[in-house]
Ligand binder design. Structure first.
Ligand code: XUL
Ligand code: CO
Length: 436
């Protein structure tokens, strides 16, 4: 028995009028030497797609979720069947989960862990014989009220211990499911007011928690890449993992930089006052671009709306960074995105994924052409050409001094700059978007 009425989604090309078809995502088509599906490595988010019910602060559930029953284990298993059916019909090969998306918590931690064992065994058995894999697992250290003051940054040591126990189990399950990465999004790791907060102590605890997690992963032979997902605010006012550069300086202070990369989420980037491609660029140039949570925010709203990505401009610039990164390696494009509350029918889930997948496929097509034609590269190279010879080269090679530079500046103080040509470049980018 199936949970979704829609049929397998196929590539029908640009002119198709069938909403249940891909217009740009042609999985086997080779772009820059790789199949589209290998470049994009799309993933389903277990939470938004199969678990969340469409509640908001003003209203209750709205979503059709035909797999839900009164029995948590039964629901968890049916959800797995539904998830696999959904992924197979869309041709998506990866999924991401929080421990608590797999199965509802029991009355005690021991009971919760037992439930997780049963459900993860069931999931592992269902994955056998399919080509579906786990992109990443994570622990939900924010939903339950025990995390009101945070998890590893809680003022309550019992909560710190509980968080470690929960992550230990989540890593074990991610390993069992063959997870290629493990994510830490700092749920409630942040604070509301300095009137009651010892930030130094909290950050020390946070680092120790991450170190113990990595040590435990090494101990049990879990080889997945550890990722941190920056977000500047929400749920707390000051999230410690504000953005890529903030996280990098934290990791470097605590000597954790070799063990962690970034999972960059588009909507988190914009909440931080950055563009999505700024965050990807910062991660890339620092060698820590690990994976992507593909979604988009609403520029008129100040919170994480987690919409399906349909903005081709942003997807193009994002894929440009991914291409410059040589791909996402063990990472992928996880749709950390939810349909709007009014899009409550099961079909809406498929239509939303089609929109997101086509947007990124289109972004990849356009970005690959920009990259092949070296449009931006050539312009940028020329823009910095004053560093190719003479005094510029000495600066680049770090073979000069303040004294020499002063002598040079005294003799060359009639400075001539050239235009940055931003509008011309934006027009060229538009041409690539229209023509590809
Ligand atoms: C929250 C968020 C999370 C993480 C995983 O804003 O993005 O869903 O991706 O915990
Ligand atoms: Co996310």
């Amino acid at each position: 028995m199936g949970y979704f009425d829609f049929k397998e989604i196929k590539y029908e090309g640009r002119n198709s009028k069938n909403p249940f078809s891909f217009k740009d995502y042609n999985k086997d088509e080779v772009i820059l030497g790789k199949k589209m599906e290998d470049y994009l490595r799309f993933a389903v988010s277990w939470w938004h797609t199969l678990t969340a019910l469409g509640t908001d602060p003003f209203g209750g559930p709205s979503m059709e979720r035909s797999w839900i029953t009164d029995d948590p284990i039964e629901t968890a298993k049916r959800k797995i069947d539904a998830g696999i059916e959904f992924m197979q019909k869309l041709g998506i090969k990866y999924f991401c989960f929080h421990d608590r998306d797999l199965v509802e918590e029991g009355k005690t931690l021991a009971e919760t862990n037992e439930r997780l064992d049963i459900v993860s065994d069931y999931l592992a058995s269902k994955l056998k014989g399919t080509d579906i894999k786990c992109l990443w697992g994570t622990a939900n250290l924010f939903g339950n009220k025990r995390f009101v003051h945070g998890a590893s940054t809680s003022c309550n040591a019992d909560v710190f211990a509980y968080s470690c126990a929960q992550v230990k189990k989540a890593i074990e399950i991610t390993k069992k499911l063959g997870g290629e990465n493990y994510v830490f999004w700092g749920g409630r790791e942040g604070y509301e007011t300095l009137l009651n907060t010892d930030t130094e102590k909290e950050l020390n605890h946070f680092a120790y928690f991450l170190k113990m997690a990595k040590d435990y992963a090494n101990k049990i032979g879990f080889k997945g890449q550890f990722l941190i997902e920056p977000k500047p605010k929400e749920p707390t006012k000051h999230q410690y993992d504000f953005d890529t550069q903030t996280v990098l300086s934290f990791l470097r202070k605590y000597n954790l930089e070799k063990d962690f990369k970034m999972n960059i989420e588009a909507n988190h980037a914009t909440l931080a006052g950055h563009t999505f491609n700024h965050e990807l660029n910062m991660a890339r140039i620092n060698g820590v671009l690990g994976s992507i949570d593909a979604n988009q925010g609403d520029m008129l709203l100040g919170w994480d709306t987690d919409q399906f990505p349909t903005n081709i401009y942003d997807a193009t610039l994002a894929m440009y960074e991914v291409i410059k990164n040589g791909g996402l390696h063990s990472g992928g494009l996880n749709f950390d995105a939810k349909v709007r509350r009014a899009s409550f029918e099961a079909d809406d889930l498929a239509l939303a994924y089609i929109a997101g997948m086509d947007t990124f496929a289109k972004g990849l097509r356009i970005a690959s052409k920009l990259y092949e034609d070296k449009v931006l590269e050539n312009f940028i190279k020329e823009r910095y050409s004053s560093y190719d010879s003479g005094i510029g080269k000495s600066i680049d090679d770090k073979k000069t001094s303040f004294e020499e530079l002063e002598k040079y500046a005294l003799a060359h103080d009639n400075i001539v700059n050239t235009s940055g040509r931003q509008e011309m470049l934006e027009a060229i980018l538009n041409q690539y978007i229209y023509n590809n």
